[in-house]
Write a protein that binds this ligand. Sequence first.
Ligand code: AR6
Length: 171
Amino acid sequence: MTAILLVRGDITRQRADAIVNAANSSLLGGGGVDGAVHRRGGPEILAECRALRASRYGRGLPTGQAVATTAGKLDARWVIHTVGPVYDGPDSDPAPLASCYRESLRVADELGARTVVFPAISTGVYRWPMDDAARIAVETVRSTPTAVEEVRFALFDERAYEAFSRCLGPE
Ligand code: AR6
């Protein structure tokens, strides 16, 4: 049984086996969580991302997939980079967003990670509505078989924290 916890604040301040990055398919950095991960984690992460581009992901990491690198100076062993979908109105397919959580947990299992921290993927620059994204995140983590013992969502603002709280329901 995987415990699901909510915490407020900056994901790059979290201690865990793995921290999930809301990346883009270039794997070469950006704003939001991605910017913070590379800023605080240091250049080692970007160096591994560049190597991944040169080897396995010449065309970029596809949406909904996940790949791990070192966590550099972060208080974690690995960063798992995943690419969320861009929201494009109410007809947007939620499957790639669910896939980000599922694939990140699959990579975490491969690594042997027991604690994993996620941000609210796609809810920033990629504009996915928070309530819907929170529901997809919580439902997917709950329904994915994994050896990860603790999944933590690091939520930057109160609005995100409350949306995830509503999905998690009473303790
Ligand atoms: N810790 C925790 N949550 C954060 C942090 C942080 N340090 N910074 C932002 N958030 P986003 P996306 C919240 O934009 O929507 C990048 O440029 C934020 O408030 O980081 O998947 C990438 O390179 C929001 O609720 O990710 C991609 O191009 C959530 O984290 C693109 O943005 C996700 O916001 C990915 O967009």
